[in-house]
Write a protein that binds this ligand. Structure first.
Ligand code: 3H9
Length: 693
């Protein structure tokens, strides 16, 4: 049974047992309705408790049932809510784990909510391109006020029991889920239950309308291009200005509109993509990950320091090694400054900062690392240096220690060859700044064992990262594609587009930052060195523009110099005719006649060549599935999740268009830009990525 029924001492307890997360699937809705009816019909029952079995309360509607026949069958969630809300016998939601989305909305229709201290509640529908469609936008402001409702529903954050109590979203924090919830229900029987939320507060009065206009303007940039947050604000405003019944009707219409949107489809694709990415088809379930309870990081630079913070923040003690006390001191200073900024911003407490720092040790000798479970090397990209380090690590750490490299492009097999344990060598590529960016691109060498892979894949969750497995090639999944994205941005500049147009198109599409503004931020002085090396190994049929070199020569190295592709006033970027003149000169020197671009062409040329390259990665098995590539780009490169990732988006736009662009560009760019065989096949057969593999 997906909902167990038990009655004792006048309290009926309905326990949802529907692993993994007790989602409100058809069987659960049927079970809940049957349980409520049974309890209402039983005269010996005086109160009803709803709880989750296993690890959690109810995680919301069953997303996998969306749009299916099952979602239309059986009692609707709203009917169950109505039964709970109008029950003459007090109803109590007893929460542990998480009460999310429709699960929390169900709890909001009980007469009271109690939760254990470790529980979390939330309305995360926004992350699926939706809004709470079962009264969440109507009942939350009635309990917690519009400010809290706006904040938690537009962010989808999981709110701790303590905070939820403070907001008035729950009524008590309890110790024992079963005993205390039943006792609470009996208390309601004895004292009389409060009326349901919407009855208590049919219409909210006295709210300053400026709350909504203010929130709209302060959050406009954050929610740029996203449909759901705007609709959520509208719903909460309606909830605060209309009767509950009207507000529920308003919410229902808005929910349906979002449900039909492409963004909802894209975000649900993305939700499952992130979970699918954890599954590695050839690793049997019998392979268990090694425990990671201690770590070391080699290199106290920006990357190494960030990775050390990731471990320390998640409670894993970490040794940081660098060659000199001076380098260590500098690294430590940067780490402390980063933490201090978080404390000043209020995103971290001083106590947590102190705890994290106390988990870090700074050492200069390999023998001081000790018997750690994993080492992540994060020094600069020099194969000889990395090999030396891995040989040292092989000598200085126990045989079972996993040796990982944070390299963003070098050959893992070559690195592994410096050790006697290539099965324990793996790429674990974090993105800068490592303590902020969520992607963890793990790279499989030819000798990497199943257990090593299972371990680094499992490591991601406790350290707050999203893992994807990539094969070993130059640039792995993400950076291999990036070359085409930034490369094409440059070619478009040379052919007549302006930096403003290219960045505007990328940003209005939803990229966190346009490719050229990103370069200005990173600083182009370092890229000139890397580009000089790349030029030497460039295939004979390819060329690179020299715009970056010309800008750097003119002192325009980026934001830190106040000028690059743009000129800067503080952090504000402004178009600069001087930069444009340099770009125009580069076009002339290359013999290219400048022309205008439509925004659509800019968009397609930015993303189609990299999608073509991604198709080659799929062909070669570098990426296991197209959706893994989406996860890489959303978490590592700021690709908008509400577009589903580059592969999902490209398929929506039409793979034939991707193919046409590759065909048109290849003769000018070189054979590496030629259409992927896989892309040609899919277009010829009228199929999508899902048919691959
Ligand atoms: C909603 O409620 C709409 C209403 O407002 C209106 C209705 C009228 N459905 O994440 P995990 C699967 S919208 C189906 O790895 P964790 C997931 O795919 C919903 N399946 O575990 C995975 O499957 P597999 C609002 C779901 O411990 C497995 O469960 N609710 C659902 O890291 C384990 O998931 C949400 O948006 C679902 N709702 O995290 C909550 N949820 O093993 C979405 C999970 O085959 N869920 N699965 O790969 C979550 O945020 C996390 O899953 C949760 C657990 C925090 C619950």
């Amino acid at each position: 049974m997906s909902v167990d029924y038990a009655a004792a001492d006048g309290v009926a307890v309905l326990t949802v047992n529907h692993p993994p997360v007790n989602a409100l699937s058809l069987v659960v809705r049927e079970g809940l309705m049957a349980g409520i009816r049974k309890a209402l019909a039983d005269d010996s029952v005086r109160a009803i408790v709803v709880k989750g079995g296993g690890a959690t309360f109810i995680a919301g509607a069953d997303i996998s049932e969306f749009g299916t026949e099952k979602s239309r069958q059986g009692p609707r969630l709203q009917e169950i809510q109505n039964a709970l809300e109008t029950s003459p016998k007090p109803t109590v939601a007893a929460i542990h784990g998480t009460a999310l989305g429709g699960g929390f909305e169900l709890a909001l229709t009980c007469h009271a909510r109690v939760a254990v201290a470790s529980a979390k509640v939330g309305l995360p529908e926004v992350k699926l391109g939706l809004l709470p469609g079962a009264g969440g936008t109507v009942r939350t402001p009635r309990l917690a006020g519009p400010e809290v409702a706006l904040s938690i529903i537009t962010s989808g954050e999981h709110v701790s029991a303590e905070k939820a109590l403070g907001f008035g979203l729950i009524d008590a924090v309890i110790d024992d889920l079963d005993k205390d919830a039943a006792a609470f229900a009996r208390k309601l029987v004895a004292e009389g239950a409060p009326p349901p939320v919407i009855e208590r507060n049919d219409k909210i009065t006295g709210i300053d309308p400026a709350v909504f206009s203010g929130f709209r303007s302060t959050s406009a940039k954050k929610f740029r291009g996203q449909l759901a947050p705007a609709k959520i604000i509208d719903c909460i405003e309606a909830a605060c200005t209309r009767s509950a019944a009207d507000a529920l009707a308003f919410e229902a219409t808005a929910f349906q509109e979002l449900f039909q949107s492409d963004q909802r489809k894209a975000l649900i694709h993305y939700f499952f993509a992130e979970r699918e990415a954890r599954k590695i088809p050839d690793i049997p379930d019998s392979v268990k990950p090694q425990k990671i309870a201690s770590a070391a990081v080699i290199g106290a630079g920006l990357m190494g320091g960030g990775i050390a913070m990731v471990f320390a923040n998640s409670g894993i003690p970490v040794s940081v090694l660098d060659v000199s006390e001076e380098a260590l001191g500098k690294g430590r200073g940067v780490i402390e400054k980063n933490y201090a900024t978080s404390v000043a911003r209020g995103s971290m407490t001083q106590a947590r900062m102190d705890e994290a720092l106390a988990r870090m040790r700074f050492v200069t000798r390999y023998d001081e690392i000790g018997p750690v479970d994993i080492v992540v090397e994060a020094v600069f990209e020099d194969m000889d240096l990395k090999k030396k380090i891995f040989a040292e690590l092989d000598r200085a750490t126990p045989a079972e220690t996993i040796l990982a490299s944070n390299t963003s492009s070098l050959d893992i097999d070559q690195i592994a060859s410096a050790t006697k344990r290539p099965d324990k060598v793996v790429g674990v590529h974090f993105f800068s700044p490592a303590n902020v960016m969520k992607l963890q691109e793990n790279v499989r060498g030819k000798a990497t064992s199943h257990q090593t892979l299972a371990t680094v894949m499992a490591l991601a969750k406790p350290i707050g990262k999203v893992a994807v497995l990539a094969g070993n090639c130059d640039g792995f999944i993400g950076n291999r594609m990036l070359q085409y994205y930034t490369g094409e941005a440059e070619f478009m500049l040379e052919e007549g587009a302006t930096p403003e147009q290219i960045d505007r198109v990328a940003e209005s599409f939803g990229m966190a930052m346009g490719p050229l503004a990103m370069r200005d931020l990173a600083g182009m002085d370092t890229s000139v060195r890397i580009r000089a090396i790349r030029r030497k190994t460039l295939p004979a049929d390819e060329r690179m523009t020299d715009i970056v070199e010309r800008l750097v020569e003119a002192g325009r190295i980026g934001q830190k110099a106040g000028k690059g592709y743009y000129r800067y006033e503080g952090r504000t970027r402004l178009p600069d005719p001087e930069a444009l003149a340099i770009i125009e000169e580069a076009s002339r020197a290359a013999g290219v006649t400048r022309r205008t671009f439509t925004d659509e062409e800019v968009l397609h040329r930015l993303f189609f060549p990299m999608v073509n390259e991604a198709a080659k990665e799929l062909e070669e098995g570098i990426a296991i599935r197209a959706s893994d590539i989406d996860v890489v780009w959303v978490n590592g490169y700021g690709f908008p999740a509400h577009r589903g990732g580059p592969m999902f988006w490209a398929e929506q736009v039409g793979l034939d268009k991707v193919l046409a662009t590759s065909r048109a560009l290849a003769p000018r760019r070189g054979v590496r830009w030629a259409p992927a065989k896989l892309l040609e096949r899919l277009v010829a057969e009228g199929k999508g990525w899902a048919s691959v593999g």
